[in-house]
Design a protein around this ligand. Structure first.
Ligand code: NDP
Ligand code: PHD
Length: 354
């Protein structure tokens, strides 16, 4: 049993920690680091005291989870943080002081002007400006950004109207277990108990469970607006969102109406999506076959389909997208940022060495 796995020498690999290793995103991070053979010299798994002493497997080796104390980050190069905003805020100073780059999945630092908010397919160069922390955007926002950026590059976007269909996974591993348990209960004629999510989700749906704001929008909807503006570098981007939780386990879907400043043909949009990194065009109009959560689950790409002209507005298109929320919407984006830092030699920020 090991506390940290040693795979490559320090000259060949990096010392990495997953903070929140037992969670829905944390376990996916572990799997993706293994699948993509991220160059690891040492891997530390950190979580709350509840999980300390438990084990997880990485590349066939059993690793023991440690409590995430401020001293647990000494000697690390990269911390993939996925343990909630308050834990990120509490530990960020210790992580940066230890000399590691924190790639943070939580919303704690996303709108901080000194923290890059990065989707590698959209704004990789922003990562170079980090000062120790890079934020991973909201999952719904990442999936939409990957689908819309190739279109924005051809014809400028004027306005986005988006409705989301968000899976239980967005509320964590315990919410996923809860919706499965509720399904079993309902099929057995028993009442569905909701403890993690506010209402029963099995055979139901409800407006997104993030806190409501005075504007009438919930926080998830405002994240789509504010984070998209930052990622695209378009501070005046117009966007209105309605976010909904649906009884799907782990992939989010989105219906997107996007208006451009000039006409955009469906054929050109299909061509742009087909060529876009991180996106995959999936349409079979004869079979009425388009992206579905069951097919997006476990996939690296955002599936895009049903691209059609908005009959009410000549400069607008309708799109339907599905993406694995835990994977492409969270863990994979974070690992791709880590790969970018390594490949471009940005672990020590150029912004700090000037
Ligand atoms: N970027 C994105 O799109 C997404 C981001 N997220 C964000 O990632 C984070 C984790 O989400 P998710 O994996 O779904 O959540 P889970 O509830 O599934 O997992 C939470 C993880 O955080 C750990 N944790 C909780 N409290 C502490 C603490 N005080 N100290 C150390 N570790 C702690 C838990 O450890 P233990 O098991 O010991 O309790 C567990 O490993 C959240 O901030 C969430 O908002 C999530 C989904 C998508
Ligand atoms: N977007 C997630 C919730 C979440 O984790 O959001 P954020 O990373 O912005 O806190 C959901 O489906 O509910």
């Amino acid at each position: 049993m090991l506390f940290g796995v040693r795979r490559l020498s320090l000259s060949q690999g990096y010392r990495v920690a997953i903070l929140g290793a037992t969670g829905a995103v944390g376990t996916e991070l572990l799997q993706i680091l293994e699948e993509r053979q991220f160059p690891i010299a040492e891997l530390r798994l950190l979580a709350s005291p509840r999980s300390a002493g438990q084990t997880l497997t990485f590349a066939g080796e059993t690793l023991t989870i440690q409590e995430a104390t401020p001293s647990a980050f000494q000697g690390l190069d990269i911390v993939l943080a996925s343990a909630g905003g308050s834990t990120s805020k509490a530990l960020a100073e210790a992580i940066v002081a230890a000399g590691a780059v924190m790639i943070d999945n939580s919303s704690a630092f996303r709108m901080d002007p000194t923290v890059p908010l990065v989707v590698p397919e959209v704004n990789p160069e922003a990562a170079a400006q980090h000062q120790g922390i890079i934020a991973n955007p909201n999952c719904t926002t990442i999936l939409m950004a990957i689908a819309l950026w190739p279109l924005q590059q051809r014809h400028p976007i004027r306005r986005i109207v988006v409705s989301t269909y968000q899976s239980a996974s967005g509320a964590g591993a315990r919410a996923m277990a809860e919706v499965q348990e509720q399904s079993r209960a309902i099929l057995a004629g028993q009442p569905a108990i909701a403890e993690i999510l506010p209402y029963p989700l099995a055979f139901n749906l409800f407006p997104h469970n993030s806190p409501l704001t005075e504007s009438g929008y919930c926080e998830e909807e405002l994240k789509m607006l504010n984070e998209s503006r930052k990622i695209f570098g378009l501070p005046d981007l117009k966007l209105t969102a309605t976010c909904v939780r649906v009884p799907v386990l782990r992939a989010h879907s989105e219906a997107i109406n996007v208006e451009f400043t000039e006409p955009f043909s469906v054929a050109e949009a299909r061509e742009a999506i087909a060529a876009a990194p991180g996106a995959r065009l999936l349409e079979d109009w004869d079979r009425n076959y388009f992206p579905m959560p069951i097919e997006a689950s476990g996939e690296d790409d955002v599936l895009v389909g049903r691209i059609r002209q908005d009959l009410s507005e000549p400069n607008a298109l309708e799109l339907w997208i599905c993406g694995d929320q835990i994977r492409k919407g969270a863990a994979l984006n974070a690992v791709q940022i880590a790969e970018l830092l390594v490949k471009r030699q940005w672990l020590r920020s150029p912004a700090l060495t000037h």
